[in-house]
Each structure stands twice: as C-alpha cells, then as structure tokens.
Ligand binder design. Structure first.
Ligand code: SF4
Length: 260
C-alpha cells in the first residue's frame, strides 16, 4: 500500500516521521505527439524529457508514502489519525486522478454500503460530478505538472538515473529521510528560478527491467538498458517492482516499448 504525494505533501509526511520513496518509470518518446492524443498529453504533463543513450524518453517520478501493512495514521477504530493533513489522494478516494482509469468499485477497499445510491453522487456517465472531488483531482493534476520541474533537480541531486519501462514496472528509490527532505527543499527552490517551458534532465538515464526481451529491444533502439540483479548493481541501485514474471532469455517475442 503506497500513497502518491505531491512535493509539499511529501515534506509533510517526512516531517511527521514517515518514509517516502521515488517510483521512476519512463516511456519511449521519439517524437512529440499531436495535441489530439489525450493519453500522451496526460503523460507529458506529468513527466520530464531525458535521453537514454540516443533514445529520447520521458521520465515520470512519483513520490509515494511508503509503509508496510496499514497506513501508520490509521487508528484502531478505523478512523484517520491525521485527518486534517491527510494527503489529497485520500480525499479523492475512491475516484481516480488518472482520467484514463475507469472507477471500478470491485478494485476499491470501500465497505459495500459506501456504494449506496442514497448518498451524494460522485460520478455520472464516467465523469466526476462531485464538485469538491473534481476540484481536488484538478489540483492533483496541477501539482503533478508543477512538481516535475523540481523532480528533474531532485533526481540530479540524489544521483538517480534509472527507470523501469512504463507499464512494465517501477524502479524504486528509498532515500534516507533527512537527505530526501533537504533535497526536496533544494529542488523546489531551484525549480522556482527556472524559466524553461519544458523540464528536461541534464543527465543520461538507464532502463532497468526483469525481462531480457525488453532489455534487448530497448538496446536495439539506442537506449541503455540492463537486467535486474545484474552484477554491477550498487547500494545506490533502485529496487524493482515488475508487473510481469522475470524472463531470463530473450528467445521469446520482444514486446514493443510503448510510444506516444
Ligand atoms: S485517510 Fe488517513 S489513515 Fe487513511 S490512508 Fe489516508 S492518511 Fe492513512
């Protein structure tokens, strides 16, 4: 269980003793998509430009509150012990921030009686109509767009340069709390002095994957890619959360990297 946070929320979470991780994934971005490509434009607004080898990519860095088991703010009586400062994602739940994810009650942890038709209406024909939730979703998207500038600095400050292929997994960095807090503040300060319209990383990125076919496909189009558990992994190497079983040989049909 992990809660996505914006930078201000991550600083609050850290200040109250919580842990925050960075989930990094990247998409192949050979050319700018048309304005009409809503899915690509959504991803573009949440990411920054970078290169892996000679391949243009876009990197998405998601800050998440990390904990094992139940949220540390959950009280024994199942109420929130941090209600006034709970993250925005908790206020939005069970609605989705991602406009391309339909709301699926079966995938949510709400008690059955939460889905009655007697309470205020949340959604209608796939659209959020509850004004407060809609405003929170809009704020969430705005902070994603704003924070990506600081996140380019954050990754440079922390020396993070590895991402999973989008929709295949995440590279997960778990920086020490004090170091992360200082880096987040420095990155926020630096980003306010930026007049670039588009954030871009100044250091090269590498892909990590647990599938040999993905690694060889990425390498064949100019990216730098390596397999999880490789001997060159160091203490700075991220953990890997894959959505697919590991694949040691590249004898199977390689998947096409997602592109806009
Ligand atoms: S609402 Fe409170 S207890 Fe529930 S996940 Fe959010 S912070 Fe944790």
């Amino acid at each position: 269980m992990r809660l996505p946070l914006d930078i201000d929320e991550a600083l609050t979470w850290l200040r109250h003793g919580g842990d925050v991780q960075l989930f990094c994934d990247a998409i192949v971005w050979p050319q700018e998509p048309p304005e009409s490509d809503a899915l690509a434009q959504h991803r573009r607004r949440r990411s920054f430009a970078a290169y892996s080898g000679t391949l243009p990519i876009r990197v998405t860095v998601t800050l998440v509150a990390a904990f094992a088991g139940a949220c540390p703010n959950l009280r024994p009586d199942m109420t929130c012990g941090a209600y006034d400062r709970r993250p925005r994602v908790c206020r939005i739940y069970p609605a989705e921030v991602n406009p391309f994810l339909p709301l699926d009650p079966a995938a949510k942890a709400c008690p059955p009686d939460a889905w009655s038709d007697t309470g205020p209406l949340l959604m209608q024909t796939g659209k959020i109509i509850d004004a407060e939730t809609a405003a929170l979703v809009a704020q969430s998207r705005e902070s994603d767009e704003r924070d990506r500038f600081a996140k380019t600095y954050l990754c440079a400050l922390l020396g993070y340069d590895i991402a999973a292929l989008a929709n295949e997994g995440f590279a997960i960095y778990a920086p020490e709390r004090v170091r992360l807090e200082a880096s987040l503040r420095a990155a926020q300060r630096a980003s306010t002095q930026l007049d670039d319209q588009q954030p871009h990383s100044t250091h090269p990125w590498r892909f990590i994957t647990n599938r040999a076919s993905t690694s060889s496909t990425l390498a064949s189009i100019g990216a730098i890619a390596g397999l999880t558990g490789h001997a060159s992994a160091s203490a700075q190497s991220p953990a890997y959360l894959g959505f697919f079983d590991a694949e040691a040989s590249d004898s199977s049909q390689p998947p096409s990297p997602e592109a806009p």
